[in-house]
Design a protein around this ligand. Structure first.
Ligand code: GDP
Ligand code: CA
Length: 331
């Protein structure tokens, strides 16, 4: 990447839990590469978050991926459980269940509910989603700029043999076990990128696809009209990180999403799905795991530079090493 005279500009497209682990690494890698006087970084890191997971529940607006990102970067997330706030309690959820409100299989923690009430109140006051996300993100010094992909409501739905349902119902209640025929986000074709999204992509030295779910995390972001074209047209280098290692999602059920849209759960198939920028696709380079080194020729045949690196994010150190590898791939 060639930052020239300005501070390096990094844009990351990300979902929730996997995306936030990676962004923690990006922030750390940027601190080491481009330190500033205050222990932070000179680099400008913009994260474009998936809002396809968003939903209305008990009259409240939830944004699971946005909140996962904020909690992780603030260090208030429950790292053991993998989602939500640390030190969470569930008193309000028990009351909601007693009232028969919401989904009994979708527990809202008390601390988490604070965020949902605040968000819903601001939306009710007339703030845009971008403004609401900026307010939520301003509570802690996150060290990044967090943008929703769009201000429009474009909640992802799933077609299954048992009917159509919100993505969260399929994912959380059914653990992605109902065969899915496909995903769609009503309204997305008319949605516009949130303010700042296209500008940040155009100005980026490097655009990184976090190792997030390609179908239901990065898929919705890239489906907002204008975002994929902005990636194609970007002057910076576009680097993707495979969420699939040795034919399996590292954690979670991304393989069920890939199967539903006919993409094989391999690092090569996901890389080909994004495609090479040289051939009308989105990627310049694709990071694959050492376990998948044999797939490199298949990826390069599709026109994408394959880089074999350790892709496991076990802690801050390994996440930072992975982010560093992505930044290296952009140089
Ligand atoms: P979600 O929105 O909370 O489901 O999270 P994301 O979509 O951002 O990320 C989920 C994806 O992260 C999973 O499908 C995994 O494939 C991927 N993932 C999780 N941990 C790791 C890891 O250590 N390394 C890599 N390469 N991918 C990971
Ligand atoms: Ca998600």
């Amino acid at each position: 990447m060639n930052a020239g005279t300005h501070a390096p500009r990094i844009v990351v497209l990300a979902g929730g839990v996997g995306g936030s682990k990676f962004v923690l690494g990006v922030r750390e890698a940027a601190r080491r590469r481009w330190p500033d006087a205050d222990g932070g970084t000179r680099a400008e890191i913009t994260v474009i978050a998936n809002t396809g997971d968003d939903l209305w529940l008990s009259g409240l607006r939830l944004q699971p991926d946005v909140d996962s990102m904020i909690y992780a970067l603030a260090g208030v997330n429950d790292a053991e459980r993998g989602w939500g706030r640390a030190g969470e309690s569930e008193r309000v959820a028990a009351e909601l269940h007693a009232w028969g409100s919401g989904w009994p299989w979708f527990t809202l923690g008390d601390l988490d509910l604070g965020a949902h009430v605040a968000r819903t109140g601001w939306l009710h006051d007339g703030l845009s989603v971008t403004q609401v996300v900026a307010r939520l993100a301003s509570r802690w010094p996150l060290g990044i700029r967090l943008l929703p992909m769009t201000d429009a409501e474009v909640d992802t739905h799933v077609e299954t043999e048992q009917g159509r349902m919100h993505f969260q119902e399929w994912w959380t209640r059914h653990r992605a076990s109902l065969p899915a025929r496909g995903f769609d986000s009503p309204g997305i074709a008319q949605a516009a990128p949130a303010p700042g999204v296209l500008e940040s992509l155009a100005a980026a030295d490097v655009i990184i696809f976090a190792p997030s779910n390609p179908v239901v995390s990065l898929g919705p972001i890239l489906a907002v009209p204008g975002i994929d074209d902005a990636v194609r047209a970007a002057g910076g280098v576009v680097v993707g990180v495979s969420p699939i290692i040795a034919g399996a999602p590292v954690r979670g059920m991304a393989d069920a999403c890939l199967a539903a849209v006919g993409i094989e759960a391999t690092a090569a198939a996901v890389g080909r799905h994004y495609g090479a920028r040289d051939h009308g696709g989105l990627l310049d380079a694709w990071l694959i795991a050492e376990e998948d080194a044999a797939l490199a020729p298949e990826i390069e045949a599709a026109g994408v530079r394959a880089e074999v690196r350790p892709l496991w994010m076990r802690d801050l150190e390994t996440s930072a090493a992975l982010a560093d590898a992505a930044l290296d791939a952009a140089s």
